[in-house]
Design a protein around this ligand. Structure first.
Ligand code: FE2
Length: 448
């Protein structure tokens, strides 16, 4: 008799296996010395990331009564911020307590891998039933690990940048050799596209996973607006710098100006000048800034100041989402700018699995553009919006302390970056950071 495999469980198993392997692949090229350093209070040691995401699965299994035998692992080190799970090691201290050790973390991962798969197989055999809650929690744990894959890549950039030797760098397990043959546009379109106003339904609609903060879908009113067809390029941002953008208070919000003064910002994070050429060390070594790539590692304050200098503004998240998702011909929203059904591929967007390890040129990915003609809304760089991160009217938490506690003093970013896993992103996805933060791969496009 052929066993009928529960499709939902099968998808959970394959996503889990894929996600866990990718984390291992990202981690495996690090030396132990590099794996335990916390390069910045904003970030975390890679070893902490790989153990913490495992702890998250651990907590889910405990919630559903699974027995785990793990005497050597002190779980208190691995709780990021969940008050409901009691003891928390302050974030600043993660680098001071390299526990579990790297080898213990790797063993912990293997042990939990077996336990999660066993739990899912038992469900598949019918001895447990797959409730909506179990399904959501396990999907959430997969998505959580994907988020940490991206955070880990921010940390790699931030950590290896400090070594002046260009070759002393993070070594990706895989780089796409076809980089130059990718769907890169050499024409560099720069126009703005016009988008009609009216009522727009913001938020997630359809099947599949979404975070609770993308819900409920609800109506907002938009006035007609224009939005850049591509993210702002390094070349354009350099013009802002050269016109003394960082020195003129008139462009800056008061809080942003204070940060610029205090930390003496004069360019995006990681930039420095050699012989009048802006340079940066990225995953390919120390190279001149490419004027045709999207600007990246800028704070909200810098994005907002640039927009004011350019006599534009940042879009609201509703404006961004409509530009990405509304299809006038179909009279409905789509999950991705290019449509509903096709998951991101290397022809549509530059995401982690493209393994380019940097943003593609502005105006790339013709196949990925939105109905209104906006390029790269998914992938390449996260885009700051002017919207405060707040919970949508009627919000219901599906996992307390995950998305709900952070809805204060943060700005929404949309669209994902070259380090965002492809299963993570869609038009309705809401990321959020504090306005001064810029270790994340954030850029922006303007509106007016
Ligand atoms: Fe986390």
């Amino acid at each position: 008799m052929t066993k009928v495999i529960n499709k939902v469980v099968e998808d959970l198993i394959s996503e889990f296996t894929e996600v866990r392997k990718l984390t291992d692949d990202l981690f495996k090229t690090l030396s132990i010395e590099d794996a335990v350093i916390q390069s910045d209070p904003f970030g975390s040691p890679p070893n902490w990331h790989i153990a913490h995401v495992t702890w998250f699965f651990h907590k889910i299994l405990l919630k559903y009564g699974q027995k785990l035998n793990l005497e050597k692992i002190n779980l208190d080190y691995l709780n990021s911020y969940y008050q409901k799970f009691e003891k928390i090691l302050p974030k600043n201290d993660r680098g001071r307590f390299p526990r579990p050790t790297v080898s213990e973390s790797l063993q912990y991962r293997k042990y939990l891998d077996k336990k999660v798969l066993l739990f899912l197989e038992k469900i598949d055999e019918g001895s447990n039933s797959l409730t909506k809650e179990i399904q959501y929690d396990l999907q959430l744990a997969n998505q959580h690990e994907m988020q940490h894959q991206e955070l880990m890549i921010y940390d790699f950039q931030n950590y290896f940048e400090r070594f002046p030797d260009s070759n002393d760098n993070y070594c990706p397990f895989k780089i796409n050799d076809n980089f130059d043959k990718q769907a890169q546009n050499k024409k560099h379109p720069k126009e703005m596209v016009k988008i009609p106003g009216g009522i727009f339904d913001i938020g997630f609609y359809g099947d599949g996973f979404s975070y609770d903060n993308e819900l409920p879908e609800h109506k907002v009113y938009l006035y007609p607006y224009e939005i850049d067809s591509t993210p702002v390029s390094n070349g354009d941002f350099i013009k802002f710098i050269e016109e003394d953008g960082y020195e003129r208070y008139e462009y800056w919000l008061a809080d942003g100006w204070d940060v610029v003064q205090e930390f003496k910002w004069n360019s995006p994070l990681y930039w420095f000048k050699i012989d009048d050429v802006w340079m940066k060390k990225d995953f390919f070594g120390t190279l001149a800034i490419n004027p045709y790539e999207p600007v990246i590692n800028v704070s909200y304050y810098e994005a907002d100041a640039y927009a004011r200098w350019a006599k534009k503004r940042l879009p609201t998240e509703a404006e961004w989402e409509k530009a990405a998702s509304w299809n006038e011909d179909l009279e409905r929203k789509t999950r991705y700018p290019w449509g509903n059904e096709i998951r991101p591929t290397q022809e549509h967007a530059n995401l982690l699995e493209s393994f380019l390890w940097k943003p593609a040129l502005c105006g790339s990915y013709e196949k990925g553009k939105s109905f209104y003609g906006c390029y790269q809304m998914i992938g390449d760089v996260w885009e700051w919006t002017s919207s405060e991160y707040s919970l949508y009217p009627g919000f219901k938490s599906r996992f307390s302390e995950y998305t709900d506690k952070w809805a204060i003093n943060q700005k929404v970013l949309r669209g994902g970056s070259f380090a965002t896993p492809r299963r993570q992103i869609r038009n309705s996805y809401r990321n959020y950071f504090k306005p001064h933060e810029r270790i994340q791969f954030s850029g922006f496009r303007c509106a007016k």
